[in-house]
Ligand binder design. Structure first.
Ligand SMILES: NC(=O)c1ccc[n+]([C@@H]2O[C@H](COP(=O)([O-])OP(=O)(O)OC[C@H]3O[C@@H](n4cnc5c(N)ncnc54)[C@H](OP(=O)(O)O)[C@@H]3O)[C@@H](O)[C@H]2O)c1
Length: 291
């Protein structure tokens, strides 16, 4: 039994769904490490976490998770803290135009898949040391719009934010399910959480250009979705992180209402998981090569 407060790391934890998840955890007695880039925003988020907990419960650790080198350094630093009860891989997003990171990786792949992959792998021993522990990855129903081809870094044709993010989230969901099988024997539950849509900073910068032309008639419905309260969107990651009914269960998706919902798992086949695993290894090797 843990004598200290249980410890969680929440990536992109100083705003949006990550901060709301952190606040919910703080109210339930957790200690929080919030990872993000901006120290001012970090300080403000830690103050809110401390207030929610009624004690000093938060700390900010700065890192740009679009950089795989920086994510590796973060992983080493956090692994040095010892046992970790919960890792919430919340970082991610969707952008209107195609963006590249400083390491030459398409941004939605870097932030929705490679960065959480690198951080999780760095923290496996810390999570196992605190077992029973959990990894929760924030996924998205954008998976339904994904191109499911993983034989090149990016699929051919025009870049649409929804399809690109959907593909990166699908890759990460396949990894999440593979990891669940690997970590089950070590007492670590690995779950995905679909928050639904919410009015976050990331959602506010989206335009209709994220949609492939065939989906543009749905833009008004999408806009309505991303006007939903951010606190509601934290329900899924919070349930995945703390619901006692999920104790010892792994390889599941928790839907926006906080209950198990396997709809997105229909997209994850054994063939796709193998293709994603090869694709991920190739991308990581390429990103590591100096240009
Ligand atoms: N919003 C939605 O409708 C929706 C729907 C489905 C799924 N999701 C998923 O939910 C998760 C959270 O989304 P959100 O909408 O809350 O995002 P968001 O509004 O962009 O989240 C803001 C947080 O991300 C941090 N952040 C942004 N870029 C970062 C980087 N490069 N490195 C480290 N931290 C970074 C920000 O801090 P700094 O700027 O200081 O770094 C801040 O803490 C994502 O995985 C997203 O795909 C969201």
């Amino acid at each position: 039994m843990t004598e200290h407060a249980p410890r969680a790391v929440v990536t992109a934890g100083t705003g949006g769904i990550g901060l709301e998840t952190a606040l919910g955890l703080a109210r339930q007695g957790w200690d929080l490490t919030l990872v993000a880039r901006d120290p001012g925003r970090g300080e403000a988020a830690v103050a809110r976490v401390d207030e929610a907990a009624g004690r000093r419960a938060g700390r900010f650790v700065g890192a740009d998770l679009s950089s795989l080198a920086e994510t590796r350094r973060l992983g080493e630093r956090l692994a040095g803290d010892g046992g970790l009860d919960l890792l919430v891989n919340n970082v991610g997003g969707m952008w209107t135009g195609r963006r590249e990171t400083s390491e030459g990786v398409e941004a939605s792949i870097a932030l929705n898949h490679l960065s959480p992959y690198v951080l999780t792998e760095a923290l496996l021993d810390s999570l196992a040391a605190a077992a029973p522990s959990r990894v929760v990855t924030v996924t998205s129903s954008a998976i339904a719009a994904a191109q499911t081809v993983f034989d090149d870094a990016e699929p051919p044709g025009p870049h649409y934010g929804l399809a690109a993010t959907g593909r990166a989230k699908l890759a990460h969901l396949a990894y999440t399910m593979e990891l669940a099988g690997r970590l089950g024997p070590r007492g670590v539950s690995v779950l995905a959480a679909d928050p639904g849509a919410a009015a976050t900073d990331n959602a506010a910068q989206m335009t209709i250009d994220i949609l492939p032309p065939a989906l543009r008639p749905h833009w008004d419905a999408i806009l309505k979705g991303v006007s939903a309260p951010v606190a509601d969107a934290a329900r899924a990651p919070l349930a995945a992180a703390t619901d006692p009914a999920l104790e010892g269960r792994t390889g599941l998706v928790v839907g926006p209402d906080g209950t198990v919902d396997d709809t997105l798992l229909a997209y994850v086949t054994p063939e796709l998981t193998k293709a994603v695993s090869r694709w991920t290894a190739e991308l990581l090797a390429t990103a590591a090569r100096p240009s």
